[in-house]
Design a binder for this molecule. Sequence first.
Ligand code: SF4
Length: 123
Amino acid sequence: MIDKCFQCGICCRLFLVNLSEEEYRSGKYRTQFEEFGLIDDFHKATLYGANTLKQKENGECIYLKENTCSIHKTRPQVCREFFCTSKLKKFRYMIEQIEKKRTILEKEKEETWEKKKFPKYKY
Ligand code: SF4
């Protein structure tokens, strides 16, 4: 299968996005702890997690809007490299997490459908 994005948005909700040193220094991206300014020492920034993209209160990426990436053309390198259809070993764990989440969401969707369809049945 060719690497492909199904735009489910699950990965943009599940994982922290690490910026490269160049991306972090560019100041183009909203980052965790941005209110304190950029940290000069990139190694220190990575230790604090300051080089990660900012998240909304619900944990999703700040750039996820209506289930799509609002900065698609300029998204960080890691977002360009990752696809949940990838066969690369380095992504195996992440893909497993996405599949688990997808199963949970599908189950929740089914239960919601059943509750709407059969409201008097006790679950
Ligand atoms: S930058 Fe875009 S592709 Fe990357 S996690 Fe955020 S919304 Fe998803």
